[in-house]
Design a protein around this ligand. Sequence first.
Ligand code: ADP
Length: 725
Amino acid sequence: MSEKPASAPGTDEPLFHGRLHYKILLATLLCAAPLIFGVDYLFYRNLRRDKIAEQGRQLQRIAATTATLLDAAELPPEALLKPEATLEMRALSARLRAVQRVNELDQPIELFYWREGKPVPAEGLASPPLTRGLRPEARQAVQRQEVLSTDVYTDRDGAWISAYAPFRLAPDAPVAGVVAVSARADRMNLLIIDHFKILFLEVTLTGLFIIVFFSLILRYFVTQPLGRLLEGVRAMTRRDYAYPIPTTANDELGALARAFVQMRETLQHYVAELESFAQTLEEKVEERSIDLMSANQELLLANSELYENQRQLRKINEDLRRANLAVMETNRLKSEFVANMSHELRTPLNAIIGYASLLQRGRYGALTEAQLRALTRIAENSTNLLELINTFLDFSKIAAGKMEVNVSEVDLAQFLSETIAPLDALARAKGLTLRLEAPPRLPPAATDPSRLRQAITNLVSNALKFTEQGSVTVALRLEAGAEMFAIEVRDTGIGIAEKDLPHIFEEFRQVDGSATRKYGGTGLGLAIAKKNILLLDGVIEVESEVGKGSVFRVRLPLRLREHEMMEASEKPIALPSRSPDNRIVLCIDDEPDLAQQLKAMLDLTHYTVIGARNVTEGLELTTVLHPRIVVLDLILPGVSGLAYLERLAEDPKLKSIPVIVVSQADRRTAQAAFEFPMVIGYHPKPLDRGWLLNNLRKIERETLSWHQASAADQPADRQAESLLS
Ligand code: ADP
C-alpha cells in the first residue's frame, strides 16, 4: 500500500489507490488477454472462411457458365480423344476465348482435356501460358464426378483460389475435360486483414472497457473499504480512535469493519485502564523506592552492627579457645597429679600392708588379741585404700587415653568363669548365688581380655554389693548373626530408680548419699566399665526396677575390627607438632557428621574437635590454630581435599601437621592423597574409634620422642607423662 499520508475520507482518494488495486487489475488483464486474443482469432477465422466461400462461389459460377458456353456437344464424342485432334481443340479454345471476351472475364481460365485418364492442358489458350497444371485436388474432384469444387492454395506465383467445372461432349458421355478458373487470393487477403483490423480494435477495446469497469466495481466494494480500514488502523497507532470507518456493508468486509470498530473500542477502553494503572504503578514504585531506601539504610546499619557482633564473637571465640586450652591444661595437670599421687600413695600403702602382714604373722613378736584385731582392721582398711587408689589410677589412665588395646584370642566362657571366680567368696559371704550361664560351643572372640575383665568385674562387684538376697547371674550369648556377643549381669538387688539411670555412668556419680554410706564405693566403677567397653567398640546399657533388681548388658564385636587400610604405622610421621599442649583436632568435612562422630569418640580424652566445612575455612583454621592433627574428607564442595593437602605441603609452617584422611573417595584419589608426606593414615567412612585412637597414640609417641630429642636436658619420663596425659 502507499506510504504517503492518508487522504481525508471522502472523494479525494485517487482512482487506483493502493497496490492491491493494481495487482487485481494486472491479474485481470493477464487473465483477460488470452480471452480477447482468442475471440479475435475466432472472428478472423470466420471472416476468412466467409470471404473464401464468397469468392469460391463466384469462381464456381464462372467455371460452370464457361463450361456451358463452350457448347462442346457439337463435337463428335471421340473428337478430343484422338491425339491428332488439334483442330477441334483449337476450335474449342477459340470458343473459350470468345466466351471470355464476351463476358469480360479477366480471371485466367484454363482448359484440360481428359486423355487416357490424365488431364492434358489445351495449348495456346492462355496468355501468358499457364504452367500450373491441374492440381491433384481438382483432379480428384473431377474424378469423383463432382460438378463444381473450389481450391485455395499457394504456389511460386502467389496465393490462389480456383474453381473447376467438368464438361462432357454429350449429356451422358463421360467427362471430356475440365474448365479451371483461378483468381489471385492476395487481394482477398488484404481485404480480410482490413476487415479484421477493425474487428480486432472493437473486440480489444470492449475487453479493456470491461476490465476497467470491473476494477472500478472492485475498488468500490473491496479496495476502498480496505483502505479505510487501514487508515483506521494507522489512526489507532497514533491514538486517534475517532477515525470514521463505514460499517454498513452487509458483506465480509462490512463484518470485518464492524469487528474492527468493536475491537478498537475495547482497546481504547484497555488503553485507558492501562494508562491509569501505569500512573498508579509509577506512584507505587516511587513509594516503594523510598521505603526500600530507608530499609536499605536500616540494613546497612544492621549490617554494621552484625559486623561488630561478629568481631566480638570472634574475640569471644578466641577467648573461649584460650579458656578451653587452659581447662585442658588444668585437666592435664589434674590427671598428672592424680597419677603421681596414686603412684606416691601406693608405695607407702604397700609398705603399710606389708608391715601389717609381718606383724600379724608375729614376725616382730607375739601380739595381744586386741592388738591383732586392730592390726586386722589396719590391714583391711589399707587393702581397701589400695583398691581405691588403683581404681583412681585406672580411671586417670583411661581418661588420659593412655590405655592401650591389645587384642588377643579369648575363649569367652572360660574367661568369664575365671573373671567371676575371685568374687565367689564375697557372694558366699553374703549368702548369694553367683551363676554363669554360657552356651556350650562358642567361637573364640578377638578382643582385649584385660579391658573386658575390668568392666565385667566392676559390674559383678556392683551387683553383689547392691544385692542382699537372691542371686547374681552372668549370662553370655551370641548376637547379630554371630558377629557380636552380649554379656548380661543380672541381680535381684535394690534396683535403680528411673530418674537416676541416665547419670549412673557419670564419673563420681552415686545414686544418693545414704546408699553410699551403706554400700561404700567411689562412683567410678560404672564410668570405668563404660570407658573400657567403648575402647573395645562396644556398648553398655541398663534396665532396672527399684526393689526387683538390675540388668547390665554389654554388647561387643566378636572380632574387634582389623583394618586393612593404610595405617599410620606404614609411614613415618614427617614432623610432629611442636606444641605438645595443643590438643586441637581440626575436622574438615562439609557434613557435620564426621565432626560429631569425632567429638563422641574423643569425648573421654583431652582432645578438642573443631570443624571446618570447606577447604578455605580449613586452611584459615589450620593457619590460626595449628591443630595437633587434621581429619580430612577428600570430597568437599568446590575445592577438593587434595587441593588442601597441596596448600599444606607448600607451607613450611603447616606441612608438619599430620593429616588423617577419612573419606569415601575412590581408591585412586585416596592413594593420591596418601602420596603427601603429612598424610599418615586413611580410613573409609565411617571412622573407627579404635583405629583413630591408635593413630593418635602413635602421634603422641612421635611427638614425645621428638621432644626428647630436642630437649635432652629435661628428664625424659616426666616429659613423656606430660605429653601423654
Ligand atoms: P560405686 O562405687 O558407688 O558403686 P558405680 O559407678 O559403680 O559407683 O555405681 C554408681 C551408682 O550406681 C552406685 O552408687 C549405685 O547407686 C548404682 N548402682 C550401680 N550398680 C548397681 C546395681 N547392680 N544395683 C543397684 N544400683 C547400682
